[in-house]
Design a protein around this ligand. Structure first.
Ligand code: PRP
Ligand code: URA
Length: 209
């Protein structure tokens, strides 16, 4: 599918399998989310533009490459997206961090936005939206719509586990957004949870189940 990248790296697959297991502790879950995000981020940022810069080594002056443009923005969808922020920042320490608060209404499964704070000049930055789970796609679609309403045009979306339904809905709503999924699962169940999935990502990160 255009603009969708599914990761098949053995390290990502291995770590996700541990993540899914119900015995995995909150501490280990948080660590794994961070590690998988870092591995995904490395690949998802492969197309960053570079520019020539003049530097001086202890040996001589030389022209070398550095990343071009304003610092990136990483925007977690609260709550569970918060678990992916440190993994991203470990590779891109100068990134600005925005936040979008969304929760799914348990009855209707529709996303409800409750918070939005984005870095300035969002229209000039590459914005990487992070959320471990892409289920129906409603939360990601609304969050990205909100970020676009602030002027952002360059957006990537990173998730750890996606349902085919969510990928379909997200790419239809935002065909310009590049979507990166560590895993694509079978389907959604009657409560719109991903099957086999990992349960409720926010609860497992924050120990609230
Ligand atoms: C989860 C997840 C996504 C959303 C995915 O958040 O982190 O944001 O559900 O579902 P969707 O694709 O059907 O919208 P949740 O609403 O459980 O909130 P939480 O992160 O605060 O637990
Ligand atoms: N949100 C989650 O945390 N898990 C799911 O399976 C679906 C939505």
């Amino acid at each position: 599918m255009k603009n969708v990248m599914i990761f098949d790296h053995p390290l990502i697959q291995h770590k996700t399998t541990i993540l899914r297991q119900k015995e995995t502790s909150n501490k280990e879950f948080r660590e794994l989310v961070e590690e998988i995000t870092m591995l995904m981020c490395y690949e998802a940022l492969r197309d960053l533009p570079l520019e020539d810069v003049e530097i001086e080594t202890p040996i001589k002056k030389t022209t070398q490459k550095m990343i071009k443009g304003k610092d990136m923005a990483v925007v977690p969808i609260l709550r569970a997206g918060l678990g992916m922020v440190e993994g991203f920042l470990s590779l891109v320490p100068n990134a600005k961090v925005g936040h979008i608060g969304m929760y799914r209404d348990e009855e209707t499964m529709q996303p409800q936005e409750y918070y939005c704070k984005l870095p300035p000049d969002i229209d000039k930055r590459l914005v990487v939206v992070v959320d471990p789970m892409l289920a129906t796609g409603g939360s990601a679609i609304d969050a990205i719509g909100q970020i676009k309403s602030y002027g952002a045009t360059q957006i990537k979306f990173l998730c750890l586990i996606a349902a085919p339904e969510g990928i379909e809905a997200l790419t239809k709503a935002h065909p310009d957004v590049e979507v990166y999924c560590a895993n694509v699962d079978e389907c959604l169940n009657e409560r719109c949870y991903i099957v086999p999935g990992l349960g409720d990502a926010g609860d497992r990160i924050f120990g609230t189940m």
